[in-house]
Design a protein around this ligand. Structure first.
Ligand code: HEM
Length: 450
């Protein structure tokens, strides 16, 4: 057994500010350099965050994901999102209050239920693809944002086409774009979430969205067919706390904002990366297309998993310790944050042999994704609630694109990984040239004939 020491694991000796800049501006290379030098357990110091102990050994990640939620706090570590998500958000809570919200949210997101949303996902994707310019460069990342926002509006908020949906979509886009712009992110990092949420400009920015969401909640509560609806808002309106009480309007608003914020840009970015990788591997794109045309979904599942492995949207998850914890031969003191490192785990040579940097979906046909080695959605009691939703959406949208258009990259060079707010995105926005493949679908032919 490794003897336990009282010190923090080693890590770069550069000043905190330099480490913070490295982490923010060159996340991947920064992590890889630290890993090459210090191994699977190392410490980094980040402004406003204190010390993070990065973990890239599956056994250490297992220890964190199965650890006592009283000791491993995740909500506290997400405090930066409070101004947008609100106090009741499942992402920001810990221990009993977290469990209570999570219990309400989990059933509507159960894996088997997700098939109900496939039709909406396909319809939204096909409509989007129909609007693409032919034979001209096109940035797919914003297009995928439009798709995932629309899917959330329909499947999660349960909204139908019309003026209410248009108004909410518009207000959300504006507020979210504003909140994730570099100046606002810098303000959050410098002032901290508490002070930022007290700033009038921040509150005003979300008033319009809040009003529209509250209107929607009230209108839905009053609807007669609530019991028959299967969108997630309607299911949450029928959910009950352990004492039998329904969720309050404020709880619902905060959770809806959480689902939207956690699920919209993340899934769009994963989709953009999927296409960015596929256009640089035409044989894999062709295999996906053949399967999509035949109505299968095994290979596309492997493509989704491989995309999330090689280009994880979120590089780490974080748990703040409320008590000292022994891990990897160190006793980590309370207050320090442990960070299972998604990025490094997914490139670990001992796990993803022989070439961890190759895009090879086939690896997931050969062996299943490991609970502590494939962790794009984190793990344990904090694992992403929308993981099945996101994978089903990725599979549906990627198949729809492969069936409908021929795609090629605008430039042969791969796109770099660049950070936008907390996600890792493709540097040129996943640029492609698309050309419609199949003769118009029957629906389109009918429209033309009419
Ligand atoms: C590819 C897309 C997505 C990625 C990469 C992703 C990733 C993550 C990660 C890394 C976490 C933190 C897990 C941890 O701390 O262990 C998380 C939490 C969460 N995600 Fe996702 N997510 C995605 C899509 C979605 C979607 C579509 C939804 C809902 C519509 C969603 C809702 C949530 C919620 C509610 C949590 C908080 C869970 C908790 O604290 O108990 N996510 N996600």
């Amino acid at each position: 057994m490794t003897p336990v020491t009282q010190q923090l694991p080693p890590g770069p000796r550069m000043p905190r500010l330099v480490q913070t800049i490295g982490w923010i501006t060159r996340t991947g290379p920064f992590l890889e350099r630290c890993h090459a030098r210090y191994g699977d357990v190392f410490s980094v110091r980040i402004a406003q965050e204190g010390t993070w102990v990065m973990l890239a050994d599956p056994e250490h990640v297992r220890q964190v994901f199965t650890g006592d939620p009283k000791v491993f706090h995740a909500g506290e570590a997400n405090a930066i999102l409070r101004p947008v998500l609100g106090d009741n958000s499942v992402l920001l809570l810990d221990e009993q209050p977290h469990l209570a919200q999570r219990k309400l949210l989990l059933p509507p997101f159960h894996g088997e239920r997700m098939q109900r949303y496939v039709d909406v996902m396909r319809e939204v994707a096909e409509r989007e693809i129909d609007g693409w310019p032919q034979g001209e460069p096109l940035e797919l990342w914003p297009r995928m944002q439009a798709v995932t926002l629309e899917v959330i509006m329909r499947a999660v908020f349960g909204m139908q086409e019309g003026e209410r949906l248009d108004r909410l979509r518009e207000a959300l886009r504006t507020s979210l774009d504003w909140a994730t712009a570099p100046t606002q992110m810098a303000a959050l990092a410098l002032l901290g979430p508490e002070r930022v949420s007290r700033l009038r400009i921040f509150r005003e920015q979300f008033t319009g969205v809040d009003e529209l969401i509250y209107d929607e909640i009230r209108a839905r509560r009053a609807e007669e067919d609530l019991g028959e609806r299967d969108d997630i808002m309607s299911l949450l309106l029928q959910a009950r706390h352990e004492d039998g009480s329904p969720m309050s309007d404020e709880e619902l608003r905060d959770e809806l904002m959480t689902l939207l914020t956690a699920g919209h840009e993340t899934t769009a970015t994963a989709l953009a990366w999927g296409i960015e990788r596929l256009v640089r591997h035409p044989d894999k794109l062709e295999r996906l297309r053949e399967e999509a045309e035949a109505g299968g979904d095994e290979y596309v599942d492997a493509v989704a998993k491989e995309t999330l492995r090689l280009r994880p949207v979120i590089p780490i998850v974080v748990r703040r310790l409320t008590e000292p914890v022994e891990i990897g031969g160190y006793t980590i003191p309370a207050g320090v944050k442990l960070a299972p490192c998604i990025y490094l785990m997914h490139r670990h040579a001992s796990v993803y042999d022989p070439d961890p940097t190759a895009f090879r979906p086939e690896r997931f046909l050969e062996q299943p994704a490991g609970t502590y080695t494939w962790i794009p959605f984190g793990g344990g009691i904090r694992r992403c609630i929308g993981a099945s939703f996101a994978v089903v959406e990725m599979k549906t949208v990627l198949s729809a694109i492969a069936r409908s258009v021929d795609l090629r990259a605008v430039q042969p060079e791969s796109e770099h990984v660049v950070r936008r707010a907390i996600t890792l995105t493709p540097s040129r926005g996943a640029q492609v040239v698309a050309q419609r493949r199949v003769p118009a679908r029957p629906r389109d032919e009918q429209a033309v004939a009419a």
